[in-house]
Design a protein around this ligand. Structure first.
Ligand code: SDX
Length: 436
């Protein structure tokens, strides 16, 4: 953080003493006003529910320019990473600050590969769930349960523990998501196969059975790997902020990541990809493209709670660059599968076109986000809608861990403890029950 020559002066109309607040500049993006001394000097808090104007930390990992629709992981544009790298290279970048060279890539891949199995006891957790349990309910439980098996890496303040916990979580998430899927299908779990790539290994654990192996289709594997890259990290979004706040208490990394899984589940966040596909299927069922006008009318009706899922974003006020890349991946996957005329994809593109020309969306700068097309790609690959958010969690795990480790490694970090504006009852005495 670079102190700015400009200072902020806070003055009060009632003549209370004014105060000067330092301003810091980042390497790119908005400056920040440092309010850490505000309460001590004025007895006042700032007020920012939803944190629309609040920076919770300084970070070197991911930067989003919402107006330009730009996304950088450690300075590299997402468009270049999605085309030139694979997910494990991106994991190395997010965790350690740079893309791996040949040798580093081989070593990192070997370390992750050799941690892809989970303890055999883990399968007994699944038996407690109904077969139709939502995969995110299962994932929230399984990820938290990992902390019961790794007492050798739960001290978040120990850099070696953080490192091995990061490798274990990145390595085991695909195995756990595939187990949640197999459990819902009533099929036996498939063990990871070390000779396969990260994405191919995941797809084989999902779709192979003991009776029939699964030959991953290279186009689908590349699409899966790209979905992982596009979802890997995204600044201080709700689930990442949850992981940071949870980890700030000193809890173990598995518990902090489990909190992130729970937060991501919400339809306003990671659950939007499942909601977006369900929305498209509903419109398709009601008549498809002809029904879009009626649906858009519902969305614009303030009395309806209908939202265009997969549209809008707290930070992007332009096209989410991940949505563009996801739409390209749609073309590739549907083409490879001979589904170029997939009605769902045509419906999504028609809906996008109409929304982007409609004043309601234009005025509110509502553009497709990462969740608008990702469901169509995953559905084409054969992934059930209910598993979409679990796959988002799989991919985002590396971002959560990188952000958590960055916070813990910062000597200035403290436990997060926001304050409030209290608008409830002032102090009053308890009356005996006969007088209440
Ligand atoms: C993700 O933060 C991240 O980085 C998240 C994420 C990541 O990678 O971690 O990018 C992943 O969560 C993407 C977002 C997925 N969510 C959805 O697609 C759900 C639909 N979108 C909305 O719920 C909404 O756009 C949010 C939650 C994403 C953003 O909400 P904000 O910033 O709080 O904005 P808002 O709700 O105040 O909306 C501003 C206006 C409102 O209208 P008015 O009150 O001004 O009349 O836009 C409207 C909203 O009603 N609006 C929508 C809309 N999104 C916002 N109207 C219809 N459809 C929508 N999708």
């Amino acid at each position: 953080m670079t102190p700015s020559d400009v200072k902020a002066t806070l003055s009060f109309s009632d003549g209370s003493p004014s105060m000067e607040l330092p301003i810091y500049k980042g390497s790119i993006g908005p400056d920040v006003i440092d309010i850490r001394k505000l309460y001590g000097q004025t007895g006042k808090f700032t007020y920012d529910p939803g944190f629309l104007s609040t920076a919770s930390c300084n970070s070197t990992i991911t930067y989003i320019d919402g107006d330009k629709g730009e996304l950088l992981y450690r300075g590299y544009p997402i468009e270049q990473l999605a085309v030139n790298c694979d997910f494990l290279e991106t994991c190395h970048l997010l965790l350690y600050g740079d893309l791996p060279n040949e040798k580093q890539k081989v070593d990192f891949t070997a370390r992750v590969t050799n941690h892809t199995m989970v303890n055999e006891q883990m399968q007994f957790f699944l038996r407690g769930f109904r077969r139709d349990a939502h995969p995110m309910a299962i994932m929230t439980g399984l990820v938290g349960a990992l902390s019961a098996f790794y007492h050798d890496s739960t001290d978040i303040n120990n850099a070696q523990h953080r490192e091995i916990a990061a490798i274990r979580l990145i390595a085991k998430m695909p195995t756990l998501v595939a187990m949640a899927y197999k459990y819902s299908m009533g099929q036996p779990y498939m063990y990871p196969r070390n000779k396969l790539s990260y994405a191919a290994n995941f797809m084989r654990m999902m779709f192979a059975t003991p009776c029939d192996d699964y030959e991953p289709n290279e186009v689908l594997v590349r699409a899966m790997d790209r979905i992982f890259i596009l979802h890997a990290d995204h600044e201080q979004n709700a689930s990442t902020s949850t992981v940071r706040l949870c980890g700030s208490s000193g809890t173990n990394p598995f518990a902090a990541i489990a909190a992130g899984v729970a937060c991501l589940w919400g339809p306003a966040h990671g659950g939007a990809n499942e909601a977006a596909l369900n929305m498209l299927e509903d419109i398709q069922r009601q008549g498809g493209v002809e029904k879009i006008g009626e649906f858009i009318k519902q969305v614009k009706d303030k009395n309806s709670s209908v939202k265009l899922m997969g549209f809008g974003h707290r930070v992007y006020k332009n096209y989410d660059p991940r949505a563009k890349l996801m739409r390209e991946t749609c073309h590739e996957v549907l083409g490879a599968l001979g589904l170029g005329n997939d009605p769902m994809f045509k419906l999504a593109m028609a809906l996008e076109k109409i929304a982007l020309e409609d004043e309601y969306f234009v005025a509110r700068k509502l553009y497709p986000n990462v969740d608008f097309y990702s469901g169509i790609v995953q559905r084409a690959i054969g992934i059930p809608v209910a598993l979409f958010t679990a796959i988002f969690a799989l991919a985002r795990t590396v971002g959560w861990i990188a952000q958590l480790n960055e916070m813990i490694a910062d000597p200035e970090y403290k436990i997060g403890r926001p304050r409030q504006l209290f608008v409830g009852s002032v102090k009053r005495d308890v009356k005996p029950i006969g007088q209440r």
